[in-house]
Design a protein around this ligand. Structure first.
Ligand code: 9UX
Length: 72
C-alpha cells in the first residue's frame, strides 16, 4: 500500500535545486512520485513502505545538500 511523506526542505533557492531533489528521490527504489515546491520549501513524496522508508527519503535530500525534516 502506498504512503505519503511531507518534508520541509531548507536551502533551495532556485528551480534547479528542486529538480535535483526530485531526481535524487525518484532514483530510490519504491518511489511512486516526488513533487518539490521550491517557493514553500516542501517536498511531497508518494512511496511504497515495503521498499523505502521516510528516513531514507529524508537522508537522500540531506545528501543532495539541503536540510530536510519530516513534517508528516
Ligand atoms: Mo543553482 Mo539552486 O547552483 O540552489 S541549483 S541556486
Amino acid at each position: 500500500e502506498e504512503a505519503r511523506a511531507l518534508l520541509s526542505v531548507v536551502g533551495m533557492t532556485c528551480s534547479a535545486c528542486a529538480g535535483s531533489v526530485e531526481k535524487a528521490v525518484k532514483r530510490l527504489p519504491g518511489i511512486r512520485e516526488a513533487v518539490v515546491d521550491v517557493l514553500n520549501g516542501r517536498a511531497q513524496v508518494l512511496y511504497y513502505p515495503s521498499f523505502v522508508n521516510e528516513e531514507t527519503i529524508r537522508e537522500t535530500i540531506d545528501d543532495v545538500g539541503f536540510q530536510a525534516t519530516l513534517i508528516e
